[in-house]
Design a protein around this ligand. Structure first.
Ligand code: SF4
Length: 151
């Protein structure tokens, strides 16, 4: 299960398949990470340095964190994609087709001047999370998305 959480500055990713419940996150920032709450991660409850440092203590790699760089990533299901925006300007997308076997991501792209900021990973997580919440299997022919799903 892939989940994706954001506040105005940070994006936090969680891959439940890697989590072995060491609870280091819960100890490091108990208001942010609480397995008894839904959603279990809330990035509004502690300052960014506490969140960042706590994520870095995750021993399994289930949690990861990066800056948002002021870029919004939204799901646009009617267009079969997630999209990234710098203000009004669209600067990236992750597109998928709906097949009888589930959603298949076939393209992920970010405008060249925005590369290196982790935006593509946020786009793939956005689609993956949306599919998983619907109970739809998700796969990829896009090599980048495939790598994210298998990392
Ligand atoms: S620190 Fe990482 S491995 Fe441990 S419970 Fe939290 S997410 Fe899971």
């Amino acid at each position: 299960m892939h989940r994706f959480y954001e506040n105005s500055d940070l994006a936090v990713f969680w891959d439940s398949s890697k989590c072995f419940h060491s609870r280091k996150c819960v100890t490091g920032s108990p208001l942010t990470f609480d397995f008894s709450r839904r959603p279990w991660i809330d990035l509004s409850r502690a300052d960014n340095s506490e969140i960042w440092q706590t994520v870095k203590t995750c021993p399994s790699g289930a949690l990861s964190v990066q800056y948002r760089h002021g870029i919004d990533v939204v799901m646009e299901e009617a267009a079969n994609r997630s999209a990234a925006y710098d203000g009004e300007k669209q600067i990236g997308e992750c597109e998928y087709s709906e097949t009888p076997d589930g959603w298949v991501i076939y393209h992920t792209g970010v405008a060249p001047q925005y590369e290196g900021k982790g935006i593509a990973r946020r786009l793939v997580y956005k689609v993956t999370e949306a599919a998983e919440k619907k109970g739809v299997p998700v796969d990829a022919t896009c090599s980048y998305a495939k790598r994210v799903l298998e990392e």
